[in-house]
Write a protein that binds this ligand. Structure first.
Ligand SMILES: NC(=O)c1ccc[n+]([C@@H]2O[C@H](COP(=O)([O-])OP(=O)(O)OC[C@H]3O[C@@H](n4cnc5c(N)ncnc54)[C@H](OP(=O)(O)O)[C@@H]3O)[C@@H](O)[C@H]2O)c1
Length: 239
């Protein structure tokens, strides 16, 4: 069985949705998990309690450099960094406000840059793994998704270039691209309500965080030692 024994994983936005699924799967594979959250402390505490004594919660805004440094100081040495935290909303290009643009780019793009820079400062000698959560939407060009999807396209480029830069240090960098997935964030926006998004999976249902967690475990593990710079679609065939 794939093991993350003796590894510490920091999962940004690990308190809810896909991040929680990844945190739970990594803990089940033996990792110590650091569950980052933005503002909802209660959800983070519930997630940590459900995972058990392999998990701790750490508050911090990924778009704030001082918060990111404090997060890593609290976490101790991190082997596996999962950039999962993101915010999203959908609107035509003409309706994108400067405020919403900055909110999404600060969290979804600046955030991973800051966490990756901090990870590098303390990078493990034995190498490590960075996993960025993007979206299958990068390849589907859905009208109304330009702002959000462009943040994930930026994260996709960051993934591929970081893989080239960090390879010599033994650090692999990959991305997971989920399709429509049942999470708190998706429910709040009602994006799954019509059933249209779920129908785009060849299995006729939306994904769940439990579908994504094992993919992250694999990418973080020694079994994936020859895989870097890749985007793995975990989307039930949604393309
Ligand atoms: N759900 C989908 O259908 C879907 C599809 C494709 C890709 N994705 C991607 O999957 C990832 C997770 O999405 P999700 O649907 O699981 O989201 P979610 O249910 O809305 O959960 C978001 C998580 O991120 C945290 N967060 C938000 N802003 C933060 C910040 N500035 N600093 C630190 N943490 C922050 C939240 O914590 P607080 O609530 O405490 O702030 C929460 O833990 C995202 O990257 C998203 O783009 C989702």
């Amino acid at each position: 069985m794939t093991s993350l024994h003796d590894r510490t994983a920091l999962i940004t936005g690990g308190s809810k949705g896909i991040g929680r699924g990844i945190a739970a799967a990594m803990a089940a594979a033996g990792a110590r998990v650091v569950v980052n959250y933005g503002h909802d402390r209660r959800a983070a505490e519930e997630t940590v309690a459900a995972i058990g004594d392999r998990a701790v919660a750490v508050q911090g805004d990924v778009g704030d450099a001082a918060d990111v440094r404090r997060m890593f100081d609290t976490a101790g040495p991190v082997d596996i960094l999962v950039n999962n935290a993101a915010v999203f909303s959908f609107q035509p290009i003409g309706d994108v406000t400067e405020k919403e643009f900055r909110r999404q780019y600060d969290t979804n793009v600046l955030g991973p840059f800051l966490t990756i820079q901090e990870y590098l400062r303390q990078a493990p000698e034995r190498g490590g793994s960075i996993i960025n959560v993007t979206t299958a939407g990068v390849d589907t060009n859905n009208p109304g998704s330009a702002l959000y999807t462009s943040t994930k396209a930026a994260l996709t480029s960051l993934t591929r270039i970081a893989a080239q830069e960090f390879g010599p240090k033994g650090i692999r960098v990959n991305a997971i691209a989920p399709g429509a997935t049942e999470t708190e964030g998706a429910a709040a926006l009602g994006v799954l309500d019509s059933g249209a998004m779920a129908a785009r999976s060849v299995f006729g249902r939306a994904g769940t965080p439990a579908d994504i967690g094992p993919v992250a475990v694999f990418l973080a593990s020694e079994d994936a030692r020859w895989i870097t710079g890749e985007v793995v679609h975990a989307s039930g065939g949604f393309r």
